[in-house]
Structures are given as C-alpha cells and as structure tokens.
Design a protein around this ligand. Structure first.
Ligand code: PGA
Length: 233
C-alpha cells in the first residue's frame, strides 16, 4: 500500500518539520505496512531523519541554469530528493503545462532514476460526455510516457474530484483503474477528495495500490488516521 501526501501550497518549513516528527512517532508506534511519501513545498525541503520518502511537487528538467522560479537537480540533490510528482492537474490546468512539456520532464527525471508519481485524470466536461472520450482523454495524457519504467507510480485523479470534497464513485474509479492496469504494471493510486471517511473503501477497489491525498493530508492526525485505515484494508 502506498500513501502520498501532497501539501501543495500549504505548510511552512516549521510546520513541515513538526508534521514529520509527529509522523515518525506514529510510525514507530504502529509500524503500519504502508509506503509513505510526503511532498512538501520547496521552502520546507531538508534532509529529514525519517523512514518516509520526501519528494517534490515539481522541478525543472535541468541540473541548474537560468529558469527563474524553478529548481533543478542541484537543489534536489542537496537534500537527497529522488521522488517527484509529474502531470498533476493543477500544473496542467492552472500552470498551463502541456503534454509535450510533461513528457520531456518525465523523460528527464526517468533518466535520473527518480520515483515518478505520474498523474492523469479527466475534466468534468469529459466525464459528462461519453465513456469513449474519458479513455481517449487519459490515453492522450499517457503520450510520450514510458509505462514500463520500473520506478513509475500512476495516480488517477479526476480533475473534478480534486479539492472538491466529492470523490469519484467506486465503480467509476474501478473502471479507469482497470483500463490503466491493462497498460502498465506500475502501482496505480487514486486521488481526489480522499479522506478518513472514504479511504478504506477506496484502497479496497481492485487494482488500487493506494492514494495520493491533498487536503485531508495537511492535518497530521487526519493523515495518520488514513495510514492506519489503509494498513488494515
Ligand atoms: P485533494 O487533492 O485530496 O485535495 O482532492 C488531491 C491531489 O490533488 O493530489
């Protein structure tokens, strides 16, 4: 089971440190069989004394250079960061990253041996159109992506379910996970309004290897509760 916490633009350097300390205590006590990844904001990156993996929500495909506002490998290496989220819907739809750019970023971090959380998911208008369109939309988001990469983790995150409090229905998640599982052997996560009240049901859906969690992960008690619930499922 894999659980990932995407802090997005939340938490500070101080609160991230406190969060990881509390998480360490919880993990030492409960020893859940869950692989945990935390994606704090850039300003909170550090070499933490922890068993959880620390990753980045984004980075630029360069070792270093002139890319104002971005960070590259040199900054990631300082903290031993080897995990990254690529293709998140907020970067696709708010920050304007297109598939060609995303595929290049994927290729770069694959060559560097990063664990890549690669996100796909349809928009509401696609979800409300036809079934065929949902799958062809997701197929487009897989263009240029090596689905055989051994450090790939896919996250299916329907755009309309992210941050809205309304997760996708189990049968809809199951259908997309099945579609994806025919294309890749990579673990497949679900993301989109995962919370303590629905995580057990979500991680028990077939082909679901865990969850990528935004909002409900920002509170340490809520995240620990989800780790415990998913370890039991
Ligand atoms: P959410 O975000 O849990 O707040 O819906 C999930 C994500 O964006 O990864």
């Amino acid at each position: 089971m894999i659980l990932a916490a995407n802090f997005k633009t939340n938490h500070t350097r101080t609160s991230t440190k406190e969060y990881i300390e509390k998480l360490n205590l919880f993990l030492d006590d409960k020893k859940p069989n869950v692989d945990i990844f935390i994606f704090p904001p850039f300003t909170a990156l550090d070499r933490f004394n922890t068993k959880v993996h620390i990753g980045v929500q984004n980075a630029y495909m360069t070792e270093k250079g002139s890319y104002t506002g971005e960070i590259g490998l040199e900054q990631l290496n300082e903290f031993g960061i080897k995990s990254i989220i690529i293709g998140h819907s907020e970067r696709r739809h708010i920050l304007g990253e297109n598939q060609e750019f995303i595929a290049k970023k994927f290729q770069f971090f694959k060559e560097q041996g990063f664990t890549i959380f690669y996100c796909v998911g349809e928009t509401l208008d696609i979800r409300e159109s036809s079934h065929e369109l949902i799958f062809s939309y997701i197929d487009m988001q897989l263009e240029g992506i090596d689905l055989g990469y051994e450090k790939l983790i896919i996250a299916y995150e329907p755009v309309w379910a992210i941050g809205t409090g309304i997760s996708a229905k189990a049968e809809d998640i199951e259908e997309v996970l099945e579609f994806l599982s025919k294309k890749t052997k990579a673990p497949i996560l679900y993301g989109g309004s995962v919370k303590p009240s629905n995580i057990a049901d979500i991680v028990s859906i077939s082909n679901c290897s865990g969850a990528l969690i935004g909002t409900a992960s920002w509170d340490i008690e809520s995240f620990c509760e989800m780790v415990e619930l998913s370890a039991k499922s």
